[in-house]
Design a binder for this molecule. Structure first.
Ligand code: ZN
Ligand code: ZN
Length: 610
């Protein structure tokens, strides 16, 4: 018996040492897992992963230019759209009644989103390929590095820590929520193995915050795998835009808003007004019914089956939306109900991380109104795409354009503020950070648009500093990164204005002009190398530098020709005189008015005179 045990022991030892050697060989990092900085895994936002359309043989579908076709957000084939819509559109126009137009438009929606369609189990059925990077950025091709850095410019981080300590978890934004959470958990285990580190840092961005909700709910043990979580504009309680989508609470169903306001919030006013003028070729009821039917198809047939999109539905909207849309889709509802719990528990699960010693940071944007697509657009402060209480883990704020009031006193409702004498209200009194879950580690950027977050070099350098060093513990660690900061985009200053200004030959300039130029250059350089800004300061710095260059005769400001706002004038004239009527209705009204005029002002007096 003893002999048997010792044989087993010997065999076990032999195998485990083989296993040790094998796993030692798998470690790919230079540090072998023995440096102070954990590898970082980026969990990107919606549309920040490439998903390509394939043909029936599994080859990439190519467009007319020979480029691969992206499935995000949909694949629009203009020829087939025209073929489908032309005849019903003409008939509808001639008859001024919806003759097949709505149903043709629904077909177009179905076709365009076919690549992103999911079955009754919430699994994608499209012929697609998700471009994944199952290795560190060090092993990525130049093309792959371009894709990654273009979405999240962490080149400085990679330079400081090494590309073998940076990973990008790509996923299908319209894929299966539960599968993607599982993949992320496995990815974290893979990164640990490959790098030799026993822990990682994770960076959930935007929709990535929703994926992280699932991770912390379904895999609570993952807290032992993580040193830092650096959330960037995370959709922790979805976006009210998606809540309005799932409850079909659209602003453009109101024709008054459709003809005067809606398009102007989404595009250039003159372009929007042109579309308004064209849209009047249809009577307003026909237009309204066409829009309702397209939106209905999009929600009922496409969005309802996409569990990743359900991950962006705020918890306040989910019960109503799921009851209406998923009553006959039990398999999908089972999955979205499970995620709903993850969303309800989001704060609790983040608190569990904090209590386990995980350092959780949050970087959010505010004071940019939401796109006015859903009627809830002005229910909370926002960053253009996500409402602020979602990204900020519940912070109280004033609506866009308003304040909490001059006498507002911070509420201190979070137990994570380390010192009740902290001031967590911004100087404009818009946000009370003491009411969010993590007052001491949440950084706010005023006026920063969600979609331009990666272009704010302060946000990127803050994330880099948190990930690459242990300098930053909270918003008080350094005056370089205060709790409240501003939006900016310094690309023009760095790449165009400063280099041009520095190249100016100043020998022939008057001392005053040369002095003004030198000062403007110096101020601009200090500004771009600094990390504190007020909202939009980059534009003031640009202007000062341009003015100095103009005085030096080295720059001419091109006068932008003010185009005549023709369509704006016409559209407003139509709206003010005829409301939301289509042209046929306007003409009919005009005709009736004309007949009335003839009868009452011409015929009747004539008859009276006779
Ligand atoms: Zn290392
Ligand atoms: Zn505090």
């Amino acid at each position: 018996m003893k002999k048997l045990i010792s044989i087993i022991l010997v065999i076990t030892l032999a195998f485990s040492s083989v296993a040790l050697i094998a796993s030692a060989e798998e470690v790919k990092t230079e540090c072998g897992g023995n440096c102070d900085i954990c590898p970082a895994i980026v969990v990107p936002g919606i549309g920040q992963s490439n998903v390509w359309a394939l043909d029936e043989n599994g080859d990439y579908l190519l467009d007319a230019d020979g480029d691969r076709i992206s499935c995000f957000p949909a694949v629009f084939d203009v020829t087939s759209i025209v073929m489908k819509v032309l005849a019903p559109a003409l008939l509808t126009l001639v008859m001024q009644k919806d003759i097949g137009l709505s149903s043709a438009l629904c077909d177009v929606v179905r076709d365009a989103f076919a690549v992103n369609a999911c079955d009754e189990k919430g699994k994608n059925t499209g012929n697609i390929e998700v471009e994944k990077y199952l290795y560190s950025v060090a092993e990525c091709s130049e093309y792959e590095k371009d894709q990654i850095y273009d979405n999240v410019p962490l080149q400085d981080y990679a330079e400081q820590v090494g590309e073998d300590h940076l990973y990008y978890f790509a996923y299908n934004s319209f894929g299966n929520n539960s599968d993607i959470v599982d993949e992320l958990y496995d990815y974290i285990q893979m990164v640990k193995k490959e790098t030799g580190h026993d822990k990682v840092n994770i960076v959930p961005i935007s929709m990535g915050g929703s994926v992280a909700n699932g991770l912390f709910e379904y895999y609570p043990e993952v807290k032992d795998d993580i040193v830092k979580v650096v959330y960037i504009v995370p959709a922790l309680n979805g976006s009210t835009i998606v809540g309005d989508l799932y409850t079909k609470n659209f602003t453009f169903f109101d024709t008054e808003f459709l003809y005067n306001g809606f398009l102007e919030t989404l595009m250039d006013e003159e372009e929007g007004r042109m579309i308004e003028v064209i849209a009047r070729i249809l009577p307003d009821e026909v237009l309204e019914s066409a829009l309702q039917s397209v939106a209905g198809c999009l929600v009922d047939e496409v969005a309802a089956n996409i569990t990743m999109l359900w991950g962006l539905c705020p918890k306040e909207y989910y019960p109503e939306a799921s009851a209406a849309l998923l009553a006959d889709k039990p398999e999908i509802k089972k999955q979205t109900d499970k995620f709903y719990q993850a969303q309800l528990n989001s704060d609790k699960n983040i608190q569990a991380l904090v209590d386990n010693g995980v350092e959780v940071f949050n970087i959010v944007d505010y004071n940019v109104p939401l796109y006015q697509i859903g009627n809830s657009w002005n229910n909370d402060n926002a960053d253009g795409v996500i409402h602020l209480s979602s990204t900020s883990m519940g912070a109280k704020s004033a609506l866009y354009g308003e304040t909490l009031g001059a006498d507002y006193k911070q509420a201190n409702t979070s137990k994570n503020c380390s010192d009740p004498t902290h001031n967590h209200v911004d100087e404009d009194k818009i946000v009370d950070a003491s009411t969010g879950l993590l007052p001491d580690t949440t950084f706010y950027f005023k006026g920063q648009n969600h979609e331009q977050t990666a272009r704010n070099d302060i946000i990127i350098s803050l994330a880099t500093r948190i990930l690459a060093t242990d300098d930053i513990k909270d918003v008080y660690s350094t005056p370089d990164y205060p709790q409240f900061n501003g939006n900016r985009d310094t690309r023009a200053l760095k790449n165009k204005y400063i280099p041009t200004a520095k190249a100016i030959d100043t020998t022939s300039l008057s001392p005053e002009v040369a002095e003004e130029l030198a000062t403007a250059i110096e101020e601009a350089e200090i500004y771009v190398n600094g990390t504190v800004t007020y909202s939009g300061q980059h534009l003031d710095v640009e202007k000062k530098l341009i003015d100095a260059m103009v005085k030096a005769g080295a720059w001419t400001v091109e006068e932008e020709e003010e185009a005549m706002p023709i369509f704006s004038t016409i559209s407003l004239l139509l709206y003010n005189n005829f409301g939301t009527d289509g042209y046929s209705e306007i003409v009919a009204d005009f005709y009736i008015g004309f007949v009335n005029f003839i009868v009452s002002d011409v015929v009747k007096p004539l008859l009276g005179a006779l």
